[in-house]
Design a protein around this ligand. Structure first.
Ligand code: GAP
Length: 453
């Protein structure tokens, strides 16, 4: 049983807006369905999520290389990948209220006339037969809009990796098993978007295609399932809020022989955070056929040649950011007042340390600025001199800053400051000159959510 949580999606949406993490896009025009903009702290948080993902693949391993491919790719890509034929959702329209629903998710919809009823259950509901709707966004390239100029915004970053596979065999001199990783925007014309950044039409993926000799595919599938699960735990997600769920045969994508999802217990229930799939040689053989290029790996020593199988851990940067936010959200009571606090892993926290002069005079701001300058070389820090110290602490707690450094009268006499810990509220006196090393030590220490699991 997972520990009960106070967090709701409404609380996350409201904190995100209040503290500048995530806003509804185009709000001055009334917003646009399922598009969100990341504000200052949201950018810092999501950047940290992506940086930790890159670190786990590029810095901590030597068998993964990086790629940043184009969003608009040759249209044949999507014929070969199966997206033109198969990347569809079944849709129904209501002839009465003119709303459109996912035929396979009617239980999640609301009747346009009677929102307490499901589509089809209202007295005047008149649903059409289901028909397939392709989720790819189409646009055209060049000055003439004809059939030949139609292109698609990529619905997954993965295909860019397969299109470049040959380059990597040549320039990176890699031999399977090895992976190519990429982070970037993907686009899907989702029919039932919603739940904040959980399902959007424009979102960021963190995908890695790991190319292996076919006989090793099962071994690597198991390896990446566990490695990706462990990544979330290492970054502080409570293990009882995470699970690995294998797909049933009827859930598998057209390319996959086995898939497991890492699921997180969001306030809306258990939902997919990341999928790990065994894509076999589906993609490379399709692109070999459509491009008429040989995409086999040839072992120059043994002469062996084969199309590698692919194990793909495919994560969403927005869904991960949302999971970290939900898992971190907490409320407690300090001096009779409710405090909202984001208990984020320090590595993910948008700001690592806030430097706060107790008063805006007596030389304290100058010392505080000196500390900011020294820390800034190593960490994301913030200076704040406005308002009562208690309110400044609360502001930092709400954005998840793990340490608040207060410059007080004593600091001018003995060059020490207090370091307040966001979670334990303990205050330690630390020498100003020792601060950068001390904070880096704390940042690298293993961390577990004080919310317990
Ligand atoms: N290349 C395989 C692939 O794209 P997917 O399960 O469709 O697999 C991978 O997507 C991840 O991308 C999902 O686990 C999720 O985290 C994220 N994702 C997919 N659709 C999304 C959407 N509409 N909004 C936000 N994130 C999404």
């Amino acid at each position: 049983m997972a520990t009960p949580d106070l967090v709701t999606m409404d609380k996350i949406v409201s904190l995100s807006k209040r503290r500048g993490f995530i806003f509804r896009s185009s709000e001055i025009y009334g917003g646009i369905g399922s598009s969100y903009d990341y504000g200052h702290y949201g950018v810092l948080l999501k950047n940290n999520v992506k940086a930790e993902w890159w670190r786990s693949l590029l810095r901590e391993r030597d068998d993964v290389v990086a790629l940043d491919s184009a969003i608009i790719q040759h249209p044949r890509t999507w014929e070969a990948s199966g997206h033109i034929a198969g990347f569809t959702d079944p849709l129904v329209d209501c002839r009465t209220c003119k709303l459109r629903y996912r035929a396979d998710k009617l239980e999640d919809g609301q009747c346009g006339e009677k929102p307490s009823k499901r589509p089809g259950e209202g007295p005047n509901c008149d649903l059409t037969e289901a028909r397939n709707f392709n989720l790819m966004f189409q646009t055209t390239v060049g000055p003439v809009q004809d059939e030949g100029s139609t292109v698609f915004l990529r619905p997954e970053t993965a295909q860019g990796i397969f299109l470049n596979f040959k380059h990597y065999l040549q320039f990176a001199r890699k031999k399977p098993p090895f992976g190519i990783a990429q982070v970037g925007k993907s686009f899907r014309n989702e029919i039932t978007p919603g739940n904040f950044v959980f399902r959007m039409r424009e979102f960021e993926q963190m995908e890695m295609e790991f190319f292996v000799p076919p006989a090793e595919a099962d071994k690597w599938y198991d390896f990446w399932k566990q490695a990706r699960f462990d990544w979330y735990v290492k970054l502080g997600i409570r293990p009882d809020h995470l699970r690995l769920r294998p797909h049933d045969a009827d859930e598998l994508s057209h390319y996959s022989s086995a898939t497991s999802d890492v699921e997180y217990l969001y306030p809306i229930g258990w939902q997919e955070l990341e999928g790990i799939a065994n894509r076999g040689d589906f993609d490379l053989s399709q692109h070999a056929e459509y491009s008429r290029q040989n995409l086999e790996y040839v072992d120059t020593a043994s002469g062996e040649r084969y199309l590698p199988y692919v194990i793909e851990p495919a994560a969403g940067a927005d869904r991960a950011t949302l999971a970290f936010l939900c898992d971190a959200y907490d409320e407690d009571e300090i001096e009779g007042e409710t405090r909202t606090v984001l208990r984020l892993h320090p590595a993910l926290a948008p700001v690592k340390a806030a430097v706060l002069p107790l008063v805006k005079k007596d030389g304290q701001p100058e010392v505080a600025r000196e500390i900011v300058a020294a820390l800034r070389e190593r960490l994301q820090v913030e200076y704040d001199e406005g308002g009562a110290i208690g309110r400044r602490y609360r502001r930092q707690d709400e954005i998840g800053t793990p340490w608040s450094i207060t410059v007080d009268h004593q600091s001018l006499d003995d060059r020490t400051v207090t370091v307040r810990d966001r979670d334990s509220l303990q205050q330690d006196r630390v020498a100003i000159d020792a601060l950068p090393d001390e904070l880096e030590r704390r940042l690298r220490a293993p961390w577990r959510s004080p919310k317990g699991s």
